[in-house]
Design a protein around this ligand. Structure first.
Ligand SMILES: *Cc1c(COP(=O)(O)O)cnc(C)c1O
Length: 366
């Protein structure tokens, strides 16, 4: 009997490296609220991304919700329905209206050819997602945003460590939001960050992540609690040192999957554009209608044999039952097609060849 194969496993530094990193916390008793580890991680990440402005948050969702608030957006925001719930919940929880743009069938990112037709006098922003570690068409999105004077906020939760046209992904858009959740390619246990161009937002972000209060504890507006603690920042500092090592291990697993599955008829993979690097964050497969069994039958077989593959994302955001039904009127045919056929397979650093062989056997021996 095989062990359970989880969809992902958190990257972690050597135990001694982490305990050494947190020793300071016992010395100074500073365990949260903008301590030295927190500030060190902000600095390290600015260097990593080649950016001037970055603020840490308690998690990616908190960073995203607060970023939408920081920009003072109004009306409608154009986004993708094929994403994790966090993206569109952040729009809804800011009392704004998401307008759902279809995706393209190559990398499942927002279809830049379909954005303009959704723009109305009420549109204030575009919020695309760099899905599964592949960058959106940032050049075209920038062009559209300039033409219509729209803010661009990228949900870059999947995109840590990638580059496009020789620049880090954080250098595009008015802001990019990252998640450092345990399941992501780079983690600080829980955590997130926003990178932004306009330095005048510095104090706005500072206040938004601490109850709307300024340095003198004067409450200026209705902020949230979005602080990252020292133990999380310490994990981030350690994991950042090992990021490229981990990436190399993920690449090995990713390449081996491709090797094993390349001759299987009826499955397809997303394409990574040549102008970008990749972070090997996820392994989605499209089970087309010419595969021998359906996506859901295959999933059942995998799950009942202890392989915890998932259907990310089988539920499109424009069809969430908790949202007004009118959102379903934004027709997103490609997103419908992909959401019904996609399966994400286990992928993490250290996933070994024999486990990949076992997973692939369910594709080969059907
Ligand atoms: C993980 C994720 C988030 C939210 O990040 P958390 O750190 O878990 O709050 C947002 N958007 C996408 C696309 C994600 O995958």
């Amino acid at each position: 009997m095989n062990d359970i194969v989880f969809l992902t496993r958190a990257s972690m530094p050597p135990f001694e490296e982490y305990t050494k990193e947190i020793e300071d916390c016992w010395k100074n008793r500073w365990i949260t609220s903008f301590g030295p580890k927190h500030n060190q991680l902000e600095k390290s990440l600015k260097d990593f991304f080649h950016v001037k402005n970055l603020k840490l948050f308690a998690n990616g969702h908190s960073a995203l919700e607060n970023t939408i608030q920081a920009f003072g957006l109004e009306g409608e925001i154009i986004t993708t329905p094929f994403t994790f719930a966090s993206t569109t919940h952040a729009i809804m929880r800011n009392n704004l209206i998401p307008r759902f743009c279809d995706i393209n069938l190559l990398d499942f990112n927002i279809d830049v050819e379909k954005i303009e037709r959704l723009i109305t006098p009420n549109t204030s922003a575009i919020l695309p997602v760099h899905l599964f570690g592949r960058a959106c068409d940032v050049t075209k999105i920038d062009k559209i945003a300039k033409k219509y004077n729209l803010t661009v906020i990228y949900d870059a939760a999947h995109a840590f460590g990638i580059e496009t046209d020789g620049k880090t992904i954080a250098e595009y858009g008015d802001a990019s939001v990252f998640s450092f959740h345990a399941s992501k390619v780079f983690n600080s246990i829980e955590g997130g960050a926003v990178v932004y161009k306009d330095s005048s937002l510095d104090s706005v972000f500072d206040k938004l992540r601490t109850f709307g209060s300024d340095e003198n504890e004067f409450i200026e507006f209705i902020g949230s609690n979005g602080k990252m603690n020292e133990f999380e920042a310490a994990m981030g500092l350690c994991n950042l040192r090992h990021f490229y090592e981990e990436l190399e291990k993920r690449k090995k697993a990713f390449d081996y999957y491709h090797q094993c599955l390349s001759d299987v008829i009826g499955i397809k993979f997303p394409v990574t554009n040549e102008n970008q690097t990749f972070n090997y964050s996820y392994f989605p497969v499209i089970i087309t209608d010419s595969f021998k069994i359906s996506r859901d039958e295959l999933l059942k077989q995998l799950n009942s044999n202890g392989i915890l593959a998932r259907r990310q994302f089988f539920q499109l955001a424009n069809h969430y039952p908790c949202y007004p039904t009118k959102f379903a009127e934004d027709k997103t045919e490609n997103a419908e097609y992909i959401s019904k056929r996609i399966l994400t397979l286990p992928l993490y650093s250290g996933l070994d060849k024999s486990t990949i062989d076992y997973i692939c056997s369910f594709f080969i021996n059907v």
